[in-house]
Ligand binder design. Sequence first.
Ligand SMILES: *Cc1c(COP(=O)(O)O)cnc(C)c1O
Length: 365
Amino acid sequence: MIKFLDLLGINQQHKEELKEAFERVLDSGWYIMGKELKQFEANFAKYCNVKHAIGVANGLDALILIIRAYKEMGIFRDGDEVLVPSNTYIASILAISANNLVPVLVEPNIETYNIDPSLIESKISDKTKAILPVHLYGQLCDMESISIIANKYGLKVIEDCAQAHGAKRWDKQAGSFGDAAGFSFYPGKNLGALGDAGMITTNDDELAATLRALLNYGSHIKYENKYKGINSRLDELQAALLDVKLKNLNAETAARRIVANRYLSEVVNPKIVLPNVIDQNAHVWHLFVVRTNDREHLQKYLADNKIQTVIHYPIPPHKQEAYKELKHLSLPISEKIHGEVLSLPISPVMSKEEVSTVVRVLNDY
Ligand SMILES: *Cc1c(COP(=O)(O)O)cnc(C)c1O
């Protein structure tokens, strides 16, 4: 069986270093808000080339807290609108509605699967306060066009970087294009913890200070609470493990690119639509997503040939029961994408032989 994602294989590459980090944390007797978190935050801030990196409990909390902080700062209010791609993972949208703001869905570009900047302006109203671009599948959005629109209308830009750790364009890293960004270190992400974890990046000092209080019960000074905050801390153990894996992230991205480039050049079946790459550095291949008219048939054929695939994502957010209020929307591009996408196996530990097998089986389809 060729696994969709060999998580065990990925983490076993770093087994000795991860065990050392675990032992260091165990023996320190200090498990929350200590020097491991400080170190990892400093290293991640440097990696993204931003002033602040703030550890949180998971990627959803990262996005929820950014929006919450802008509310506490008086920049967003209940009922304000946030533009978000209609084909994203549900978490991007949950972060908006969790704060009593309104998600306004914008269709993606069919070539990149990312929010289509040419459709953004027509969705802007006097309630619009932010754009939440999602670098879906690991490819950066057209941040240049998005920034121009955001500046013109005075909107905040909040990047969802959950799938794009290390993606780069014009020497700028994912997480440094917007006013703030949320990262997820869910185990299956390109930089994955051995559990849940997340991070916020920003260059804004006031936002950073607000976030640091909000994630810790709203407390800015011990036992003094400025806000009605939450507990969303990134613990010492996950921070220590993630710091080990951060050192290897660029090498793992390079390994993903080798797999992706082989699929791109060797899969030549006209029934299969391959992804478009805007710029090699701007794509970190969290997922390698193809499209086909008869997806269920292709998925079964691959399974019969012992190749595991996953659908990201089968149901568009506006068709989810949780978002009944959006179900009247007509979003034909999203609906087409959700009906046709299939994610092929990809990981930094996939062998040459495994890639060759996937290519051969796809070309025989
Ligand atoms: C994974 C993911 C999230 C949420 O991250 P968690 O750490 O699982 O909460 C948010 N947005 C996108 C696009 C994701 O892929």
